[in-house]
Design a protein around this ligand. Structure first.
Ligand code: ZN
Length: 472
């Protein structure tokens, strides 16, 4: 970067106030003012000089010639007000998107780095209620961290914020009021039993008979379920989706991405069921951005797809046909590390997709810790082993602890190998809530990651970019 005198003076004023590491990419130049982010230890600040509506409004203290503003919630709202690229935005049905969960709140710069040279747009804030309760973070904390991460890197390409797997109307309203741009509505509580009868009119049966040619052209052949059974399964869900859409989403001044999650169930979504949901939603004038079906095979956390890739492709193809026919994106959850199916996914989805990943960023943080701070990794490893049975109640994992080499026998220089072992990965993957709840361990984790921030960004972004390379 060629620095003019004004910027040089500004930076030297900042370093005069303390031992600060300046994020030069974050520099914002106003007509008669400058702002930049800097870090001292674990704390980040936004420094400013001169005048601009944003600078004047930020809360902070003036030291020497610079204003030092904490990266807190109040200032985040002021930043959102003045810089439109720091506000979450919806991307609609055409733009491929990729969801990055971040349980730690320090991974946004790595996520932004990973999408460089890729056409997907990032959903940088994406935290389910389960993850927030396990990490003790609120939606505001998640949004604050993302916005400061965006500022830190100087990224202006736009990003989304997904209130992930919500099941209650009240949660949807709260999340939208806080500024998220995407709602993922988890329908698992309202999916019915195929044998518990819901009223099905004769006229609807006739209507679906008339769709036969269309359904055949989409590849819907399966007759696993009758229309009556499909209606039994989805009838309550349709009412719920319509209610949420019309009450919470439709009237909002900003566009909202609306994803329907049908994946959190053991029952595989049948193509007829998918078609039925999409068609009935269209009739009710409910506009959705994406649907996440429950695909064949197993999507366990932190490991590759379990199942036959060809079966997945066949199943996926019909779901993609349906999504294209109705004009929305197909969504893949628990998408991290599913390298064996990404080629099929990319070919079938043809750029109309959303993919969610989350825990893999946590595992990449642990990879950094295994290399840079082996004693800390040892402690995290032991907590994760200890809480495995408890943590398993929240997650679908098939790890067998007996398959994991005892850490006492392992050379600390080789701890990183655990990040390549599927059993150890899953154990480490799901233990995060308990690991982070230990204040001392928690503090050491953040210290290690921030002391090695460049290495962390490089490690995590490389792993995620590997996903994107195969998806595009
Ligand atoms: Zn899901």
């Amino acid at each position: 970067m060629i620095m003019d005198e004004r910027i040089k003076t500004f930076f030297s004023e900042i370093t005069k106030t303390g031992d600060f590491n300046i994020y030069q990419d974050s520099l914002i130049c106003f007509e008669s003012g400058l702002a930049v982010m800097a870090r001292h230890g674990k704390e980040r600040f936004l420094f400013a000089t001169g005048s601009a509506p944003l600078i004047d409004e930020l809360n902070g203290t003036t030291i020497g010639g610079v204003k030092k503003c904490p990266c807190d919630h109040a200032n985040r709202l002021i930043i959102n007000k003045h810089l439109n690229y720091t506000r979450p935005q919806a991307f609609g049905c055409e733009q491929p998107t990729f969801g990055f969960g971040d349980r730690l709140g320090v991974t946004t710069p790595a996520h932004i780095t990973s999408i460089k040279n890729h056409s997907v747009k990032p959903i940088l804030a994406q935290q389910s209620k389960r993850e927030m309760s396990l990490t003790g973070r609120t939606l505001n904390d998640v949004l604050d961290d993302v916005v400061y991460g965006v500022l830190q890197t100087g990224y202006k390409g736009g990003f989304g914020a997904d209130a992930d797997h919500l099941k209650e109307a009240g949660d949807v309203e709260e999340a939208l009021d806080l500024g998220v741009s995407m709602i993922t509505l988890d329908c698992s509580n309202v999916l019915g039993n195929k044998n518990r009868k819901r009223v099905l009119n004769e006229s609807l049966k006739d209507e679906y008979r008339s769709y036969k040619p269309v359904m055949e052209s989409l590849g819907i052949k399966d007759r696993r379920h009758s229309l009556q059974e499909i209606n039994n399964i989805y009838s309550d869900a349709l009412d719920f989706i319509e209610y949420i859409y019309k009450k919470q989403i439709k009237g909002r001044p900003m566009p909202i991405d609306f994803e329907i999650s049908l994946d959190e169930t053991s029952e595989i979504t049948s193509p007829l069921g998918h078609f039925f949901v999409a068609n009935e939603l269209r009739k009710r004038d409910v506009r959705i951005t994406s649907i996440a079906p429950r695909f064949v095979g197993k999507f366990e956390k932190g490991v590759d797809y379990i199942g036959e890739v060809d079966d997945f492709r066949k199943d996926l193809r019909v779901h993609c046909n349906i999504a294209k026919y109705f004009g929305y994106k197909i969504s893949l959850h628990s998408g991290s590390d599913k390298f064996s199916i990404f080629t099929a996914f990319s070919e079938e989805a043809e750029g109309r997709f959303h993919v969610k990943t989350s825990g893999t960023s946590w595992l990449e943080a642990l990879r950094v810790i295994s290399v840079k701070n082996p004693p800390l990794f040892n402690d995290i490893f032991n907590v994760s082993l200890e809480v495995f049975e408890k943590a398993k109640t929240y997650y679908d994992v098939g790890a067998n602890l007996n398959e994991i080499e005892p850490i006492e026998k392992k050379d600390p220089a080789n701890y990183v190998q655990y990040l390549n072992d599927r059993h150890a990965r899953q154990c480490l993957h799901i233990g995060y809530g308990y690991v982070l709840a230990d204040a001392e361990v928690n503090s050491r984790i953040y210290n290690t990651l921030l002391q090695n921030e460049e290495f962390f960004i490089e490690t995590a972004s490389k792993h995620l970019a590997n996903h994107l390379e195969m998806l595009e």
